[in-house]
Design a protein around this ligand. Structure first.
Ligand code: IPD
Ligand code: CA
Length: 290
């Protein structure tokens, strides 16, 4: 358990997270070059970074460090810094970069304030989260103990709650896939065990939005292996403040091994099925592993 200091200015942090995420959202929509190319790749040839990922992260980082110079920064793209305060910002400037590249309107800016060390699973806790979907003009936000809220064009802030689905066979479940072939093999093997037992699967291509869908009940649940803290930090808080449970498997904290998000009444059943899939995938080993 991570000790969360009582004296954190959560409302101020939440407002700052929303402001910078909105600003970065406007940047990536308004200044997207007509011929957007791939600036470089990361874990595989399909794990792309565009010039706008880096520009959005630079904007967010600059705004945060001017507002709160002692805070740490940990972002998906290059550049990070340790905190001298209790707060570290965990940022995905564009979650759903492949959608952004292909002009599919399902990507988000994710900004979280966390306490603890976000580089070590189980040793950090999000206290504030903002996820902005700039294409639909939707802002998901949460602060610890303050509930989860959605602001959308033409509507006031609406408090979010997860779906009431408790029967796994009726559950619409989101998931995602990593960029490396071996990880994808393993993920599809797990999915093969899960899919006969649920209503259906959805793969939208933005983990942050998938988690926000769980918070608003437009997905019943979500699981994925391979997420990084920046993919999930803000949206995991949006889910828990909406009454959902976010964990790894077998009571582990959420980590790159597994993130499983669901209403409390569905979480154990889905976790059981996913754990069976994991056992099957691990027992088979990936093709070429000998
Ligand atoms: C990816 C998206 C995708 C998920 C991958 C993530 P990125 O983030 O969230 O939905 O399946 O695991 O890496 O690369 O678009 O920031
Ligand atoms: Ca991401």
């Amino acid at each position: 358990m991570v000790a969360v200091p009582d004296a954190l200015p959560l409302e101020e942090l939440e407002q700052l997270a929303v402001e910078v995420a909105l600003e970065a959202g406007r940047l990536i929509v308004d200044e997207r070059p007509a011929e957007l190319g791939v600036a470089h790749t990361k874990s595989s040839a399909t794990d792309v970074v565009t010039v706008m990922d880096q520009r959005a992260q630079d904007l967010i980082r600059g705004r945060l460090s001017r507002a709160r110079p002692g805070d740490g920064f940990y972002g998906e793209e290059e550049g990070g810094s340790e905190a001298t305060s209790e707060v570290t910002w965990v940022v995905d400037p564009i979650d759903g970069t492949v959608n952004y590249l292909y002009l599919i309107p399902a990507y988000a800016v994710s900004v979280a304030a966390v306490v603890g060390n976000p580089r070590v699973p189980g040793e950090w806790e999000p206290v504030v989260g903002a996820v902005v979907d700039p294409e639909r003009g939707r802002v998901f936000r949460a602060r610890r103990g303050g509930g989860s809220w959605l602001e959308a064009p033409g509507a006031g802030a609406v408090r979010l709650g997860t779906s009431a689905a408790v029967d796994l066979s009726q559950a619409l479940v989101g998931t995602g896939f990593g960029y490396e072939a071996g990880t994808r093999w393993w993920q599809t093997r797990v999915l093969a065990e899960v899919i006969p037992h649920i209503r259906d699967i959805r793969r939208f291509g933005s983990a942050a939005l998938d988690l926000c869908h769980v918070a608003e009940g437009t997905l019943d649940a979500y699981f994925e292996r391979g997420l990084n803290p920046w993919d999930m930090a803000a949206a995991a808080l949006v889910v828990t403040e909406a009454g959902g449970v976010v964990s790894g498997l077998g009571g582990e904290p959420p980590s790159s091994s597994m993130v499983l998000a669901a209403p409390a009444g569905l979480h154990a059943a889905l976790g059981g099925r996913v754990a069976e899939g994991v056992r099957a995938a691990d027992a088979e080993g990936s093709p070429g592993s000998g």
